[in-house]
Design a protein around this ligand. Structure first.
Ligand code: GDP
Ligand code: MG
Length: 439
């Protein structure tokens, strides 16, 4: 499958305009990949229509090849289809898990707890499954492996009571993850039970846990859970198998929610935060995925990062956030250090950079890796506006990233130094930065 999409794209090599049959062929290959990944037919058709009309109607930006043009449209429309990841603030919260038996709820509860603990929070799992024998032991063991707090009561057969007591008993934790029982199918008693638990727990968000192999069964399930407790996000499990998880998109569509996490194995560390580009690659097939993302990455650098509305020129308008710094660090591998890049800007001459302190732009590989881990432990808000990071947040971030407070402080200092440096370039001619990034 992957190879045929790739060869359709390869045919466009060297072309500057797209014919209708070129677009038809590519759209057909994409349809084939998505349908075999269990994406709902009507979603696939909607996507095909948008890709077709955009590819034929939109004028490729100057200098863009037909292939890059269509790839960018495919990517953007795919991002639209899969959506952004569920927003998950790193703060006190209660998460309720819902889903059918065997979907992976208990495993996912422990995984999420592990994930939050790596972000420097203190999570606890409350196990309310009194239905399945062994549920208590399973959850307890996994939480021990994840090294997170756990509450369950094998002698109590009232899940609602366990939920209530569990939250009291784990009051020291800041993130509570409440695991529930599933049944073989959606039975009324399951729905009643989870509604009661929801009433007692009052979750900040309820996540639906779905096996990647769910296919179109996702629709009815999602509708029922949405109706009874309201679904704010989805976790797709067992993506390490052959299923691509496209059925989950139906659930996302049905619940008007988004994907929060992906489960990729049986151990507590096998969890990934959902991220559109990786998932898109999975849906379109491995080979293309890689090629696609490389292509797209280039296309994005040439224009701008649409995901975050990032424009390299923003750096010159004095808004240099930690996110920009992260991008800059990523880009360094490809473009060379920022000072050299700055030197290439027409009109600036070499001299300007020489006046800067030597270490203003110096981020060594090792520091870079630690900085990246630290930034992974920060919230969106912190990345956008590092000034909100006070002492208690520094402690949390250091804990979550497995570094120390000093390194977190260093990162913040490095950022502020770069910010000042960038500030010196403000007022530079419009388009200079853009032109430079295209090189
Ligand atoms: P629950 O009934 O919804 O609580 O589901 P469980 O958490 O007990 O999981 C059911 C089975 O799926 C167990 O054997 C888990 O080890 C397995 N499982 C859960 N998540 C994943 C995953 O991401 N990958 C793999 N390979 N297995 C998983
Ligand atoms: Mg379970």
């Amino acid at each position: 499958l992957g190879t045929s999409l790739r060869s359709s794209l390869d045919k466009l090599q060297g072309k500057t305009t797209l014919s209708e049959s070129d677009v038809e062929e590519i759209v057909k290959e994409i349809q084939r990949s998505l349908l075999s990944a269990d994406v709902d037919v009507s979603l696939v058709m909607e996507l095909s229509d948008s890709i077709k009309s955009r590819a034929l109607e939109e004028e490729p930006p100057g200098g863009t090849t037909a292939r890059d043009h269509v790839l960018r449209i495919v990517y953007e429309e795919m991002v639209e289809l899969v959506g952004d990841s569920t927003e998950l603030p790193l703060e006190n919260q209660t998460i309720l898990l819902a889903g059918l038996q065997g979907s992976g709820k208990t495993t996912s509860a422990a995984k999420m707890a592990w994930w939050f603990s790596k972000k420097g929070l203190r999570p606890a799992v409350v196990q309310t499954d009194t239905f399945r024998p062994g549920a208590y032991d399973q959850a307890k063991q996994m939480c021990e492996r994840a090294e997170v707090d756990f509450y369950g009561d094998p002698d109590n057969d009232d899940p609602v009571d366990i939920a209530r007591t569990g939250l009291e008993e784990t009051a020291d934790a800041d993130v509570h993850i409440v695991d529930t029982a599933g049944r073989h199918a959606l039975e009324d008693d399951l729905i009643d039970e989870i509604e009661e638990i929801e009433g007692v727990v009052d979750p900040d968000r309820s996540l639906l846990v779905l096996d990647a192999a769910i296919g179109q069964g996702a629709k009815e399930q999602a509708r029922q859970f949405e109706e009874s407790i309201g679904i704010e996000g989805v976790m797709i499990t067992k993506l390490d198998g052959t299923a691509k998880g496209g059925g989950a998109l139906t659930a996302v569509n049905e619940t008007d929610s988004s994907i929060a996490f992906l489960g990729t194995g049986e151990t507590v560390q096998d969890i990934e935060r959902f991220e559109p580009s990786g998932f898109i690659s999975r849906l379109l097939g491995m080979g293309d995925l890689k090629q696609l993302s490389e292509r797209v990455e280039r296309a994005m650098q040439e224009t701008q990062d649409e995901d975050d509305d990032w424009d390299p020129e923003d750096m010159l308008k004095g808004e240099f956030t930690l996110k920009d710094m992260k991008r800059q660090m990523d880009a360094m591998n490809k473009m060379g250090p920022l000072d050299q890049v700055m030197d290439m800007i027409p009109g600036l001459g070499g001299g300007m950079m020489d006046e800067l302190p030597d270490d203003a732009m110096d981020v060594t590989q090792d520091r870079m890796r630690r900085f990246e881990r630290i930034m992974d432990s920060m919230t969106e808000e912190e990345l956008e506006n590092p000034r909100v990071v006070g002492q208690s947040r520094v402690e949390r971030i250091a804990r979550g990233s497995g570094t120390d407070e000093e390194t977190v402080q260093q990162l913040l200092e490095q950022h502020s130094m770069m910010e000042q440096t960038i500030g010196q370039f403000q007022g530079m001619g419009d388009g200079d930065m853009q032109r430079m990034m295209k090189k």
